[in-house]
Ligand binder design. Sequence first.
Ligand code: FES
Length: 393
Amino acid sequence: MSKPITMPILPVEAYTSQEWFDQEQRVIFGHSWQFAGLAEDLQDPGDYITVQCGHQNLIVVKGSDQHLRAFHNLCRHRGTQLLRAVGKKQQALTCPYHDWTYNLSGQLISVPQKEKEFPDLEIDKICLHKASVDVWRGMLWVHPNPDAEPITAWFDACWEHLGPHDPNRLVEYPNIYYEKTIRANWKIVAENFIDVYHLAHLHSSTLRMYDHAKAQFSFIGDHYVFWEPLTAKYRDNLGQLIPFKRIQEMTDEHLGAYASWLFPNLGLSEGESSWGTFHAIPMAPDMTKVIVRSKFEPMTNWEYTKQQWKSGMSWHGIMGNKTKYGNKPDANSEDPMDWNDLMEEDVYVCEQQQKSLNNPLFGVAATANHGESTVRNFQKIIQRWMEIPSKNT
Ligand code: FES
């Protein structure tokens, strides 16, 4: 008889200690491409966002020549962070401390009291430190290293395993943005996203439109790719049940759910009627901010509202309206399992798992051969990144 496959591959401290967290920030988040938003977030010259990449904060700004540039958010005078989270149509980038000012290409252009205080300073020789920025599949990506490998190389091998969606032509509607702080380590959140074993159990009601037994998944490099088809019942009634307009590229052979995890911390949910990002941002060893953004086929706001209402009615009629435990959904219940909310189910188990980590009895008896191989693989990838000597700086 074969022995059960156990974890952990990573120690408990990987999910609880500040020291481990800081090291991850240095060696993983400071040395990999990071999701920064959607391409349309920066539309006009002077629009900018700031992004944390490990211990380094970066600025991405659209120049007056329409080019995107990335810089370290670090004033060259005495190192103050220049900018706050987001800004629109700035003419220049001015440090709040002593008003040193840079143009949108990062060049220092003005120093107050220059002749009196800095007679020898050669302004035209001072620029903000450069970083890398690129757009890939309608998403903005940044890297602290100005000579980072191209984004297409980073995602090259997994590209063909993602959904066929074209995010550039899909639309983000108002009131669909979701942000939540989860009291769990970012890897718990990631592992939950890629845990195939839990789909048929935790989400037995909320994901019952997909045929989990036919899920196909693997790691390609450090990125995880997943697809599962619709159930026959959902597929046969798709016209009535689909929540929004069917995504044009989701032809019959693609129908189902693509759910990928782009290393280190971006999930993609690409379904029959929506496309979305699931950004898990590490805030502390036991805290992760999750931001979910979703896009749909173009439609009017009225069509969008109407489809939400119509699909809800049909859904309950055809698929039944029961929670995981067979109860009627109740948004006011104290038990999150009664809410019939996919996201809240995941939040609940992530926080419950984090709570147990400091218990001296915490352990893992066995992990599923197939459905949890994904979690084991993810932990091995983390372990490998943490052991790369050249990055331990
Ligand atoms: Fe930026 Fe002084 S630190 S102007």
